[in-house]
Write a protein that binds this ligand. Structure first.
Ligand SMILES: [Zn+2]
Length: 298
């Protein structure tokens, strides 16, 4: 199924539900960054989480940045996801691989580390950012994001994210987010019912691999709660906003002396975008043009 995001409500608007499929976007991240299996799972879970968090924002151009800095070998990861369905991200040490955990699953918690912090920045699109930090509880990403939603945004949330990756690459990735909104949060039976339904699921990727669609997953979970699925389907894709023009802008900020140094010592400059792995080469002529621009201004 194509990468996509859909929204739904239930319980007369008391429950907000979002589902996302990120299989291709996570495969692209895996290839661009040469990610190990466990790094693919960690980054993929965070990419799905980012898109799920961004989906509740209102203004066009809104984005969510998730940074996880744990004490594991992965060293940290960063995701940037937009309300428009674009997502990008990277991990610090993409080659780290670990043996499976006692449940026989990829040891994301071990690779991320169980101690550290989760940072979430919401760029709400009016030139304002809201940032928040919570301690990691397991390093498994999904649990940490759900804990962030509960403690920082005071929204009881059930979040399930997963990545299935093997020899054939990423064959299933995505997640669902169920949130109990303030008007329904007073109803403890609703929260308990949702929690127990989510906990009965053995994960998100088995559902996708059984051929279920996001709509059918919602129907299974919330069909008897007055489910309403919105008809709009948001396409999702890996996309990076970097460009040669932006790289030149960043080089220009280094100033005349540094640029002249690069011409003499390196015969040009090379920049790699952390987010997508794209390599940009600026030759001597590009650097000379930047120096001329700077000298005109001065
Ligand atoms: Zn890039």
């Amino acid at each position: 199924m194509a990468d996509q995001l859909i929204r739904a409500t239930a319980a007369n608007g008391g429950i907000r539900a979002v589902g996302v499929i990120t299989t291709r976007a996570v495969e692209e991240a895996k290839q661009r960054h040469k990610l190990s299996y466990v790094a693919t799972a960690a980054l993929g879970r965070a990419m799905s989480s980012g898109l799920l968090l961004a989906s509740s924002m209102k203004k066009e151009g809104s984005r969510v940045n998730i940074r996880i800095k744990g004490n594991g070998l992965l060293g940290g990861l960063m995701v940037d996801a937009g309300l428009d369905g674009t997502v990008r991200g990277y991990v610090e040490n993409p080659a780290v691989e670990l043996p499976p955990n006692p449940q026989g699953k990829l040891d994301v918690g071990g690779a991320v580390g169980k101690e550290g912090f989760l940072y979430v920045v919401r760029d709400v699109g009016y030139g304002y950012n809201y940032s928040s930090t919570v301690e990691l509880i397991s390093g498994e990403v999904g649990e940490d994001i759900a804990n962030y939603l509960m403690t920082s945004e005071q929204t009881p949330s059930a979040l399930l994210v997963g990545v299935f990756v093997g020899k054939d690459g990423v064959t299933a990735s995505g997640g669902i987010l169920l949130q109990v909104l303030p008007k329904a949060a007073e109803d403890p039976t609703l929260v308990t019912a949702l929690e127990s339904r989510i906990s009965q699921l053995s994960g998100f990727t088995p559902l996708l691999r059984q051929g279920k669609t996001l709509s059918s997953i919602f129907t299974d979970l919330l069909g008897d709660f007055g489910l309403e699925i919105f008809p709009e389907v948001q396409m999702v894709r890996f996309n990076c906003s970097c460009s040669f023009h932006r790289v030149l802008g960043a080089l220009k900020m280094l100033g005349v002396d540094e640029l002249e140094d690069m011409i003499v010592k390196d015969g040009g400059a090379e920049a790699i975008c952390h987010f997508c792995g794209e390599i940009y080469q600026a030759d001597v002529d590009h650097l000379r043009e930047l120096i001329e621009d700077l000298q005109v201004i001065n």
